[in-house]
Design a protein around this ligand. Structure first.
Ligand code: GLY
Length: 340
């Protein structure tokens, strides 16, 4: 029996990005009563996939540079050590459910693009228009503001005047639409890791990815080891934020491996995020915009983890905003993300 297994087993626990709180409040009771962790994690994220107000996931997600909403999602199941994912899928409301179908109804781990859409339709998922009017208008503003040397004109505003319009990021922090156009490209997402009553683990991550991305770009969310990972002998972890940094650090796998070797979730996440910082500094020799003048990364990455003992942690490069957690001691709630 591994060291992690030998520790006290924790009670039913959920952890994930701040936007998972609503789902946790609704479904934590089911987990406590013995529901399957994967079923519960999926119910949690599906609420946000169907919510047009969250511009980082599913319906209402911000589109790629051509105005197409493309989604990435994955699930991982501890008891069978299996996973399924879809990348760059369009016009399907619940990519997380399709990811589960990939896991349960195929011998593959990842299906992308039109093939993923076709696969979803074959399994009865209806065609859905995901670009809402609000997301389309924000995208249009971005296109009009992109260059002073094209023929597109943004709506007239007095100098320095902001529309006052804000959208909420997945960590719960508010971003002004004007800042989103230039400073804060949304790399939202929702992640949920679950530890069940009997000690089974599972996780899922689902996203509309980076706003204004190059068509075809796939982030960390559908990549097992990057945007999510779980191991029945250890626990579960996942990430939101700049997907490229999570891919390059294999962040979720790294966190689970550190926990396997005895680290508490908080120590594991801290080490991975410190690693991400060092990697960004090295990469900045070629891509200077990755590091700000004060030497810190110009982007954020949030990581979440739970071990089999029910210990949890939520950390990020910037320590801005919240994460969501639900455990037997205190139920579902927001906790502040700890910065590194
Ligand atoms: N973490 C979401 C993305 O980068 O696509």
């Amino acid at each position: 029996m591994s060291t992690a297994r030998a520790r006290r087993r924790g009670g039913p626990t959920l952890i994930g990005s701040a936007n998972a709180l609503r789902g946790m409040e609704r479904f934590y009771g089911d987990l406590s009563e013995g529901a399957e962790p994967l079923d519960v994690a999926l119910e949690v994220v599906k609420i946000v996939e169907a919510d047009p107000r969250d511009h980082s996931v599913g319906l209402g997600g911000l589109p790629d540079e051509r105005g197409h909403v493309t989604l990435d999602a994955a699930v991982m199941h501890g008891p069978t050590h299996n996973s399924g994912a879809v990348g760059c899928i369009e016009n399907i409301l619940h990519p997380s459910e399709v990811a589960r179908l990939v896991m349960e109804r195929t011998d593959h781990c990842l299906i992308v693009g039109p093939g993923a859409y076709r696969f979803a339709r074959d399994h009865g998922h209806p065609h859905a228009e995901l670009l809402t009017d609000e997301a389309r208008e924000i995208w249009l503003r971005w296109r009009e503001s992109m260059s002073e040397r094209d023929d597109r004109l943004p709506p007239r505003a007095k100098e320095g005047e902001k529309s006052g319009k804000v959208i909420r990021g997945h960590s719960g922090d508010e971003v002004a639409v004007e800042d989103l156009l230039w400073d804060e490209r949304i790399t939202g997402t929702i992640h949920c890791s679950a530890l069940g009553k009997t000690g089974d683990v599972a996780c899922t991550t689902t996203t509309s990815g980076l706003a204004w991305k190059i068509p075809g770009r796939v982030g960390d969310s559908p990549i097992v080891g990057a945007g999510l990972y779980c191991d029945q002998e250890v626990g579960s972890a996942g990430g939101t934020g700049r997907g490229e940094s999570a891919i390059l650090a294999n962040a979720s796998f790294a966190a689970v491996e550190l926990m396997r070797h005895g680290r508490a979730p908080a120590d594991a996440l801290r080490e991975v995020l410190e690693r991400v910082k060092r990697q960004a500094k090295r990469a900045s020799a070629w891509q200077p915009e990755l590091i700000r003048e004060d030497g810190q990364p110009s982007f954020d990455l949030q990581l979440y983890a739970v071990d089999l003992g029910g210990r949890t942690a939520g950390m990020s490069l910037r320590g801005r905003g919240n994460y969501a957690v639900a455990d037997p001691e205190n139920g579902p709630r927001h906790e502040p993300l700890v910065g590194v």
